[in-house]
Design a protein around this ligand. Sequence first.
Ligand code: ATP
Length: 452
Amino acid sequence: MVSNLMDKIVALCKRRGFIYPGSEIYGGLNGTWDLGPLGTLLANNIKNEWWKSIVLSRDDVVGLDSSILYHPKVWEASGHVASFTDPLIECKICHERFRADHKKDISEHEKMHDKQKWTEIKPFNLMFKTYVGPIDNEENKTYLRPETAQGIFINFQNVINSTRVKIPFGIAQIGKGFRNEITTGNFLFRVREFEMMELEYFVNPGLDEKWYEYWREQRLSWYLKLGIKKNNIKLVDIPKKDIAHYARKATELWYNWPFMGFGELEGIVNRGDYDLSQHAKYSGRDLSYLDQDTKEKYLPYVIEPSVGLGRTMLAFLLDSYYEDDPSTHSTGSGQASSGPSGKRVVLKLHPKLASVKVAVFPLLANKLPLVNLSKDIYYNLKKQINGMVAFDDRGNIGKRYYSQDEIGTPFCVTVDFQSLEDKTVTARDRDTTKQERVKIENLEKYLSTKLN
Ligand code: ATP
């Protein structure tokens, strides 16, 4: 286990342009983070992999992109106005507020005062309020959505009427959610604004159990295929007494976080027909499904895998972080590719997730034929490779390898003097640090095969 792993990830993310604190020049805004250039690429890659696995590779799921603001009745129907709350407790001495069920925070705080006094526990609604139009009154009050799921339920009939979907089928959505969390922390783990990736999979009520099992396994295998270590992730069934009132069953995918041990990464819930029946009641519309073959009419049940993009990104970053001794690796130039600490830092991100796929270097920046050839290769790869290609001619080659290892670039291509003679380059693998000479004319094929 790497010591101070979270601190190292937070520092690396800022230094290399993955993630910056939100509104930093004004002292920051709690619970917000901004994605930098590399973070944007990583986030897009994660979203693409999710979308590919949930929508594009299947024939039973369609996509949706609903607005963030909904009619206020949506939130009455869904139960969020009445019960999307966390238990709030306040310290009577310093007025700091905590989530009453976050026992660790509470006991930490109790060490600060000799005689601790707490207020009663009160429910605190996590939805951000806002007003639609120029008049700030109750009638115009609505909320920033705390989840994307309701946007799917309120479009259920639209999707049925405008597409050829038949039960079982799903509607997937990626979009922002907002929660005015009582306390935030642990970097991207608990924030107030975050992107969510959610699937609502509609099934025949008698078959919900089977589909629930199916989605639990699908979601676990998605993480494993993208490189999360088996020992760091597990499915945990949530006991009935701890699940939301509308849920029939709930499982969580837990990741082994360095700051808390195993805890929630993703939720997978059997929501029954709660949402559709509530929206049918509040809207007065018939939201039932008519099976064209059997003429049976019913409200489908829903299986929902739901995850925050930031939490997923944090898991991938933590899981892929390695430090090793540079003396055990060859850089091909006789120089160790190590950072200031002397350690080689590597993000062993799955190639499909890596922000930069390939980096191209001229061995020496002041030799024009090397620079020209490497620029040609760079611009060609930029057109050919599915993903970001970078160019670097700063410092020595060892430093450039170090710099790409640290952001997780799977391959570095170096143009050297031999390249000018025999039209080959070296391709260096991030994980093994081994280099192979590859013909320039075969380079695109070589890299594409390795990256896929
Ligand atoms: P918790 O009990 O930890 O507050 P929750 O059970 O309310 O979380 P869900 O409503 O199940 O969370 O949210 C679905 C997913 O959205 C979570 O598994 C997580 O990945 C993500 N998520 C929820 N809240 C946050 C947050 N404040 N910051 C980042 N991601 C979040």
